[in-house]
Design a protein around this ligand. Sequence first.
Ligand code: DQA
Length: 300
Amino acid sequence: MNIYLIGMPGCGKSTVGKTLAKKSEYQYVDLDKYIETKNSKTIPDIFNEVGEVGFRQLEQDALKDFSEKDNYIVSCGGGIISNSENKKLMNGKVIYIDVPIKSLKKRLASDAANARPMFKTKTVEELYKERKDQYNYFMDYKVYNHRVNDCVKKILELVSEKMKKILVINGPNLNMLGKRDENQYGAKTLEDIYNMIKAENYFEYEFFQSNHEGAIIDKIQQYKCDAIIINAGAYTHTSIALHDCLEIVKVPKVEVHLSDVDNREDFRKVNFIRSVCDKTISGLREQSYIEAIKYLKKTL
Ligand code: DQA
């Protein structure tokens, strides 16, 4: 998991981020500096050469690099929120550092940030107004930066709150999604579904897929998680062993199906796992998994 700091230029992301790194196991990175090093150019040069659109692409590429890493405090450029897709790349907690506009102006007056390309065309107020809603959309938490140490303390409290872990199990033939009957199962691959799930980033996820009944049972028996989402595929309709195994596990369990199993062939109406799950969601294609997560968000 990473920590992403977002907020207006001058809100103190760098100072807060560096202090946070000293007081935690996380490593600090300034995304703008990372982009400069990666591309061997300064930000103003990048803006001059490829404009804002080109810069935003490089920024997204940089964010992607960190979405595959762990334990970083990523201090993001103020405009990271201009592309909503960037939110999906933030694998961890997003902290919006807010500062009253008055203090922001004061800070920027004596700050090199004032020379940033953005301020050539807009005032601080205009930019703040324009971006505020997007910061709120991106954030998991908002922290006010009156004093750096208080702000850091608050962030440490927020991120140390242990993220709950969900084990997502998929049974036989679900590794073939994308090649199966689109009318029943939709067009998404299992990988696409994993990515959709990961974007619901208030939980940590472990994904497990197997075509073997015994392997699924072994996995469930060794569970180390706060809840299970299971699409048991055809084993739903055949496996008493899976029923018995799920019955033992004392965490919330959600049965999901892409298709509407209760309104298909008669043999799919036989269901051995429903009675030992807390909830069933079926027939919504890939959205069934997302609804399962929403259910767990409410109940856990
Ligand atoms: C399924 C429904 C099952 O009947 C079928 O065997 C599957 C997928 C679903 O997600 O709709 O493999 O679980």
